[in-house]
Design a binder for this molecule. Structure first.
Ligand code: IPE
Ligand code: MG
Length: 264
């Protein structure tokens, strides 16, 4: 299986039938990466890669729904992405708006609920309006929760959670002695969501890049060499298959972990 992930897909079973439906990850998070390189390899402007990337997002959201996943989180725009050339940032914002407009109908038909993490209140007005519309339009849906990380940075999320919690303590709404991991997590943008079981990063970079720093504590990581515009559902299935071969021990010994799995 590992060979499948790291040396291409030829040696793995490329369809969903190979997946153990009883052990699907509940939450998959993806660091979408490689759009720019994909375009550069073809001598095209970076934005063409982003456009192609949207087509892949559409298909992977469909697949996630078909598989019955609970949560799919996509790292769409980071707090650091503002450092890119202005033209690329505005192209990304326009693409976000256009994508919401063109996809909202199918998203709704598929019962997908759109949620956002990150400081999307700082997005340009037009993008903010469109995002608010997407959230409102899908708020009653009960299927896949599609989490878009927009203007998201893990450290900033943690610092802001700490500040809000501190303020609540100062205001007497919380007690310092009662602060634990569960309470702290309820102050994060991801409050109410399960932690990711599986993190996929495309384009081969071995970095977390300030994504979900708190929530990834025990997440299985699958880095794949494929550039995002070339990512297909077969890669998605392969990553899930790889995940299903992992033994999640959560700090326990292997023997203990196997008991824990069998009694679950
Ligand atoms: C990911 O692709 C898309 C976004 C973060 C918006 P990149 O734009 O990071 O592509 P590379 O890494 O330059 O190839
Ligand atoms: Mg990149």
């Amino acid at each position: 299986m590992e060979a499948g992930i790291y040396k291409g897909l030829s040696s793995v079973n490329q369809d969903a039938s190979a997946l153990d439906r009883t052990r699907l990850p509940r939450h998959i998070a993806i660091i979408v990466d490689g759009n720019g390189r994909w375009a550069a390899q073809r001598g095209l402007p970076r934005v063409v890669g982003h456009r192609e990337g949207v087509n892949v997002v559409r298909d992977i959201v469909r697949v996630a729904g078909e598989l019955g996943l609970d949560v799919l989180t996509l790292f769409t725009f980071s707090t650091e992405n503002w450092r890119r050339p202005k033209t690329e940032v505005s192209a990304l914002m326009r693409l976000l708006i256009a994508t919401i407009r063109s996809e909202i109908e199918e998203i709704n038909r598929n019962n997908v609920k759109i949620m956002v993490i990150g400081r999307w209140d700082e997005l340009p007005e037009a993008a903010r309006r469109e995002v608010a519309y997407a959230i409102a339009q899908t708020s009653k849906n009960t299927g896949l929760r599609l989490i878009l990380a927009l203007n998201y940075g893990g450290r900033r999320e943690i610092v802001e959670a700490a500040k809000r919690l501190a303020q609540d303590i100062v205001d007497g709404k919380q007690h310092l002695a009662a602060v634990d991991e569960t309470l702290f997590a309820s102050y994060l943008d991801t409050a109410g969501l399960p932690d990711p079981d599986l993190l996929i990063r495309t384009s081969g970079e071995m970095r977390i890049s300030n994504f979900l720093l708190y929530q990834l504590a025990y997440t299985e990581i699958c880095v794949m060499p494929v550039l995002w515009p070339d990512f297909r559902r077969e890669h998605f299935y392969a990553a899930i298959q790889d995940y299903q071969t992992r033994e999640r021990r959560f700090g326990r010994t292997s023997a203990q972990a196997q008991v824990a799995v069998s009694v679950r």
